[in-house]
Design a protein around this ligand. Structure first.
Ligand code: ATR
Length: 280
């Protein structure tokens, strides 16, 4: 367990549960938020056994813990653990934030709003009235779709290797906007914004995409981030995208939204992103 805390003897306790968790940046960003907003709190990491999420969460909250972030592979366990779910957690089908609200264990999902605030506030890109292409149809994409559609883009096309998974997402979100599914080789048209949510790059590969996908002044956002350019970012640069970003900002902004749910104060994120970038 690693700890980053203030020096107060009785700080409010928060943690992130995951497995593996050693390289999590969450303690760094929450320590920065706490310092910036003068909150007396500590935030630790805890590597939880794969079958022991509920037991570990019980111990944490029964021991006085105030709130948890939850990362891979426990977001569905956290969804099942919560007694009440926010609307956005229900729609995402996953929980990354737990806390007691009026004594009820509440599960929230801040990934999608984190993505949208990074894109619209930190980067200054508009999602409204844009044609958006999304690559991938896994949990990460399901997490952002609700908040993305709330921005009222003109259209959202979800392309995935396994088209059925894209079609399942379309079924879940079809009431929320103009959204359709496709395979990579059947993508047609050009797009203002392309978002990568595949984990292909982690395996050193990237889907073959049709040429001329990008409209003029297009933007590309990779939900992943890395010290050097991801394969998607390389593709975006080679394709002439004018605005390119990776998911480090989303990571900080989802944390900021969790922090806001817990502490009722929304921290500044831009400088925290810059500091994390310098330390990648
Ligand atoms: P996450 O929670 O990070 O979204 P996930 O639910 O396992 O992880 O989803 C991974 C996504 O990356 C899926 O869209 C997956 O495509 P499939 O649904 O067809 O499996 C995509 N992906 C992973 N490896 C890929 C590869 N080598 N080429 C193309 N897509 C890949």
């Amino acid at each position: 367990m690693t700890t980053l805390s203030s020096t107060n003897n009785n700080p409010d306790r928060y943690a992130v549960f995951g497995n593996p968790i050693a390289h999590s940046k969450s303690p760094i960003l929450h320590a920065a938020f706490a310092k910036q907003t003068q909150q007396i709190m500590e935030y630790t990491t805890q590597c939880v056994e794969v079958d022991e999420f509920a037991k570990a969460a019980d111990e944490f909250f029964n021991g006085g813990g105030k709130g948890l972030n939850v990362t891979v592979p426990f977001k569905i366990d956290a969804f099942n653990y919560a007694q009440a779910l926010t609307e956005r957690a229900k729609k995402a089908g996953a929980v990354n934030t737990l806390y007691k609200k009026n004594n009820v264990m509440t599960g929230d999902n801040t990934d999608g709003v984190g993505f949208v605030s990074d894109v619209t506030e930190n980067l200054g890109w508009e999602l409204a009235n844009k044609n958006i292409l999304i690559l991938g149809a896994g949990g990460a994409i399901r997490g952002i779709l609700g908040p993305v559609l709330e921005q009222q883009p003109t259209s959202v096309v979800i392309a995935n290797r396994t088209v059925e998974k894209a079609e399942q997402l379309v079924e879940i979100f079809s009431g929320d906007g103009n959204i359709r599914a496709t395979s990579y080789d059947q993508i047609t048209g050009s797009f203002d914004i392309v978002i990568n949510g595949t984990s292909a790059g982690l395996h050193g590969s990237f889907p073959e995409l049709p040429d001329h996908l990008l409209a003029n002044h297009s933007a590309c956002y990779d939900l992943m981030y890395a010290k050097s350019d991801t394969l998607f970012i390389q593709w975006a640069k080679n394709s002439g995208s004018e605005h390119i970003a990776d998911g480090l900002g989303m990571l900080v902004c989802q944390g900021a939204e969790s922090f806001f749910q817990w502490r009722d104060i929304y921290p500044e994120t831009k400088h925290v992103i810059a500091t994390l970038r310098d330390n990648l």
